[in-house]
Design a protein around this ligand. Sequence first.
Ligand SMILES: N[C@@H](CCC[C@H](N)C(=O)O)C(=O)O
Length: 328
Amino acid sequence: MKIQFIKGHGSGNDFILIDEWTNGYTFTEENRRDLSLALCDRETGIGADGIVFVMESSHSDAKMRIFNSDGSEASMCGNGLRLHGRYVLDKLGKNEIVVETNKADLYVKRDGTIYEGVPAYRVEISPVLFNLSDLPMTIGKERLFNETVPALSDSIRFSAVAVPNPHLIAVGSREMIASNEQKRIAEMLNGENNITPDGVNVSFVHPIEKGTLYVRTFERGVGFTNACGTAMSASTLTTCQLGLNDYETPIDVFNNGGKVRCEVHQHEADRYSIDLIGNGTYMFEGTIQLDLSAPDQFTVHNQKTFEEQAAYEKLREEAESYLAVHVF
Ligand SMILES: N[C@@H](CCC[C@H](N)C(=O)O)C(=O)O
C-alpha cells in the first residue's frame, strides 16, 4: 500500500505524521506498532522519536494517537500534539480546535510566533495527577515531591507527576546535569524493575534564573530526545511548586532542540493545567510504499522538502549558544 506522511518536529522532538482519517487508512493495532518500529528506526527507517497518527474523533475536531519509536503507545505527547494540532488547524482552516487524546480532550490554538518566522501553537497539558499509582510508581508512598528515593540516588531529589503520561523530575545544579546519573537512573527505571513497571520519562532540570529553565529528558520508549513537551510542562510545574517560578506567567524552557514557553495555571490548591507553546515545523513529506506484512521493506517516493525548517534552525542555534554559556 501507499502511505502519505509528513516528517516534522516540535523542539527537535521529531515525528512521522500519518493522517489515517483523510486517507482512509485502516490500520490494526499491530500495524501501528510495526510501522513505528520500522519507520522510526534511525539506521534503517526514516528516523523519528515516534509516529503521530491523525484520526477522526466522534466528539472533538480530531483524535491523536502517539506511538514511541519502540512501538509502545503513550497516553500523551506535548510536542507531538503541537505538530498534530498544526496539521488539523490547517486542514480545517481554523485557529482553535479540540483534540481527543488517549485520556483527555485538549485545546490547540495558533499563538503568534516563538521566533521570527516560526509560528507557535499553544496546547493544553492536562490532567495533572500526583498519586504515584497514576504513573504507576511503587516506593511505599502515595506521592513524591522533591525527595530522595534511596533506590535511585542518595542525593538527587525527585518529584513525580503524570500529565497523564508518567514523569520523574529532578531539579538541580549544572553538576547534576553534567553527571551520568540521569542515564543510569532512567535506564534502570525503563528496564525490568519493580519501581516503575511501565517505565517513566526521566527529566533533569536546571533553573537558570527566574522565568528560564533548561530541561533534558530521557524518554520512555525512546531514550534521550532533543525535547519532550510533557516533560517540559511537568518540570515547569515542579519549579513553580518549589517557588522558583511563578504561576500564570510565561516561562522560557530551553532544551537540546531549541526552546518553548510554558504557563502553569493553578485552578485550585491542588489542581493544575499547563499550556505548552512552541513550534510545529514540517521538514519533508513523501509517500511510503510498503506491504503491511513486512513494513521494514518500505521505499520512500516523491519526497519534498519544506523551506520552513530554515527559520527554526536560527532559533536552535541561538538556544545552543545560550545553553553553552548558562548550562554546559
Ligand atoms: N515526546 C513526547 C512524549 C512521548 C511519550 C513518552 N515517551 C511516553 O512514553 O510517555 C512529548 O513531547 O510529550
